[in-house]
Design a protein around this ligand. Structure first.
Ligand code: BGC
Length: 720
């Protein structure tokens, strides 16, 4: 090409650049693009950006090349499409997705790298499915094992939940998809979830219910936060001045958007002034949403300042531009081999071996001629139920299918349901006969999403439904080699049979590869490495919210008082010296680990780690395996009362048999701190702290004292 022609081309490109508005120029800073786009919007275009125009979208602005924004549930995969104006499935054929193990299972991996792999699948599939904002992760703390949505969340400990949420969010957002952490805050039950007014003290809020959100904002830079349905201190969380304006945006400096939960908005004035940026799911025509016509009317009458609308729009545009909605994004992919492998890996790592007397597990197929598989959960598919987290899985390998695939036709596998809703007694009889005739009985039971682990209702008790206790007792009496596999999203009572069976496995809802993962553990291809992210109590009466009665849970006259305060999960059992059935952090392996040589290496600077916890971990058993080493901190004489111990560090370490590794886990000032409402900040007091390291909250093998040389105060409003 002639030089003149080339120059003309270059000139043309420059002219095009000059003509290109700033907001469409990826080379410009995000804030400049936001300001430019905001300046071009009419009042109605601005309003269109702060409320929905279908169940899961906001309107496109074609004049400016702004596409509709698509949101989708949910925490463990990209939900099937619904609507547009109803939750009834859209009956498409292109909206299948990878069904990952549910969030409580992810928590049981205790592995931030598993959370990264999980978020990576969700981000990739969200892009392929054309989604801009994914409604997860859910990080509401398991205050009571009765909460119907525990399966969607990350367990009872704020530190564990925070570490996993941060990895998950970073991985989702690496795909130019905004993650939306939910539900902010104190949404810890389904009973009266839309109206219950939660009262709790400030320390409890800061130390238990907010840290996962705080870490998501400060460390993972999450782009969206969903308000909770409930009220906190008399104000709905979707427009709660304290939570949204003061804490989230004020103290933590959150730059992204706050969206409501679906139908969680109740008042225009509060929605305008109290920190909400996007209204979703209101049960009204879209034009009548609180942030639609009523907002417009108020703006026209001068009741609301235009600056309030502009601020909301700015936040919506910031998320859009920062996630490159206007620049062209990765196309994404669904159901790839890598996604299937991630689903399987997370499932394998999540399975918790609770009991294994006499090395009943793993089973050796070459030593077996027959296995009696019993229980409805052996064949029940779980993806498509439970509430908003449901999805259309590409496939779902059931536990029975996983076992059949693993043992092929070398072993005679029989199946009998044993129980079912309204089961007839003959189901039990047939299962018992099958168990008697087989070398091994595997009872695959637990809960399901039909009436237990599901959105919209809490459980009434912790009992296994459908007469399963009796079934397990009878099967165990018929065959001493009875293995119980629990499929559930929250703890169940086991007193009726735990002493009568040699082996128990918690398999959670393991996603579409769950059956393969379970078979891997049962037959020893996979050495179990999951640890409980929540305490399994002996009985409901032992749980933190039980003693206080209805005013503490589930509330009376529309209000509920978190009187157990900080004593949630193991903080309760350990401080009150109540023996759980299985403690927080517990999980067996087919190998054994030895801990030795604890060293507490002090740091020098309050801004860096205060102390590094070093120790040696050795695999002393016959097989390769992974251990989750956990670090708990106890303060000898705190200025304010504290729980007996708190998790402040952990690491999952894979070791070949016979190998030893030195592990270093850094603890910063926050690891020693409590929240002091009087000082409005985190205080790590000078004095002695006991640091314990081990394989569960009740299996602490190493202990050392660390003298914190001086008091460190971190104001709540400090930016990281
Ligand atoms: C749930 C949210 C969910 C939303 C949209 C609500 O009922 O609480 O978690 O994201 O519905 O489906």
């Amino acid at each position: 090409m002639a030089l003149a022609a080339l120059l003309a081309l270059a000139g043309g490109a420059r002219a095009a650049d000059a003509a290109r508005p700033v907001y469409l120029d990826p080379g410009q800073p995000v804030e400049a693009r936001v300001a430019d786009l905001l300046s071009r919007l009419t009042l109605d275009e601005k309003l269109a950006l702060v409320h929905a125009d279908s169940k899961f979208t906001t309107a496109a602005l074609p004049r400016l090349g702004i596409p509709p924004r698509w949101m989708s549930d949910g925490p463990h995969g990209v939900r099937e499409d619904v609507g547009p104006d109803t939750f009834v499935p859209a009956a498409r054929t292109d909206d299948f997705s990878t069904y990952l193990p549910v969030a409580i299972a992810l928590a049981a991996t205790w592995n931030p790298d598993a959370a990264r792999a999980y978020g990576d699948v969700i981000g990739d599939e969200a892009r392929k499915r054309g989604k801009d904002i994914m409604l997860g992760p859910g990080v509401n703390i398991m205050r009571t094992p009765l909460n119907g949505r525990n399966f969607e969340f990350l367990g009872e400990d704020p530190f564990l939940a925070a570490r996993l949420a941060v990895s998950y969010i970073r991985a989702v957002q690496a795909h130019d998809v905004a993650a939306c952490i939910k539900h902010f805050a104190a949404n810890n039950q389904e009973t009266q979830r839309g109206t219950i007014d939660v009262e709790m003290d400030e320390r409890t809020l800061r130390e238990i219910y907010l840290p996962a959100f705080e870490a998501a904002v400060k460390e993972a830079h999450v782009w969206a936060v969903m308000g909770a349905y409930n009220e906190l201190r008399g104000q709905h969380c979707c427009h709660n001045d304290y939570l949204l304006n003061q804490v989230l945006k004020g103290e933590w400096g959150f730059p992204g958007l706050v969206m409501s939960d679906w139908n969680g908005v109740h008042d225009t004035r509060e929605a305008v002034f109290n920190g909400l940026d996007l209204e979703m799911g209101t049960n009204k025509p879209y034009a009548e949403y609180y942030l639609a016509r009523p907002f417009r009317d108020g703006l026209g009458q001068g009741v609301y300042p235009l600056a309030a609308l502009d601020e909301k729009v700015r936040r919506n545009l910031r998320v859009m531009i920062a996630t490159h909605v206007l620049d062209g994004r990765p196309e994404g992919a669904i159901n790839t081999a890598a996604h299937q492998a991630a689903a399987r890996r997370v499932a394998e790592e999540s399975i918790v071996l609770l009991k294994n007397a006499g090395a009943t597990l793993p089973l050796d197929p070459s030593q077996l001629t027959s296995i009696a598989v019993i229980g409805e959960n052996a064949v029940k598919l779980q993806a498509h139920s439970g509430g908003s987290s449901t999805l259309k899985a590409f496939y779902e390998v059931s536990p029975l299918e996983g076992i059949l695939r693993r043992v092929g036709d070398r072993v005679n596998v029989t199946y009998s349901p044993g129980y079912r809703k309204d089961a007839a007694a003959e189901l039990v009889g047939r299962a018992v006969a099958a168990a008697k005739a087989a070398d091994v009985a595997v009872v695959i039971c637990g809960l399901n999403h039909d009436g237990f682990d599901r959105e919209g209702a809490d459980r009434r008790d912790l009992k296994l439904p459908y007469g399963q206790d009796g079934l397990i007792q009878r099967v165990a009496a018929a065959n001493p080699r009875t293995i119980v596999v629990l499929v559930s999203g929250s703890p169940v009572e086991m007193e009726a049979w735990i002493d009568r069976v040699p082996a128990v496995v918690e398999a959670w809802y393991g996603g579409m590869e769950g059956g393969n993962a379970l078979a891997g553990v049962l037959f020893g291809d996979v050495n179990p490495s999951g640890k409980l992210p929540c305490t399994f109590p002996r009985r409901l009466e032992d749980t933190p919210t039980y003693a206080g009665g209805a005013p503490v849970f589930p509330g009376v006259n529309g209000a509920e008082h978190y009187e157990e305060g900080l004593l949630v999960g193991y903080r309760w059992y350990d401080t009150k010296a109540i023996e759980p059935l299985f403690p927080f952090g517990f999980g067996l392996s087919y190998t054994t680990f030895a801990y030795s040589n604890l060293r507490l290496v002090p740091g020098t600077d309050a801004s860096g780690p205060v102390v590094t916890v070093q120790f040696d971990l050795a695999n002393t058993g016959p097989r390769a395996g992974a251990e989750v080493a956990q670090v708990y901190v106890h303060q000898a004489s705190p200025g304010l009362p504290r729980p007996a111990q708190e998790l402040k560090g952990f690491q999952k370490i894979s070791l070949p048999p016979g190998e030893r590794q030195t592990i270093s886990i850094p603890l910063d000032a926050r690891a020693f701190a409590f929240y002091d409402p009087a000082r409005h900040g985190w205080v790590a007091e000078q004095g002695t702290f006991t640091i314990q390291v081990g394989g569960s909250s009740r299996d602490l093998r190493l202990q050392g004292d660390f003298p914190l040389p001086r008091t460190i105060v971190e104001p709540a409003a400090a930016k990281d």
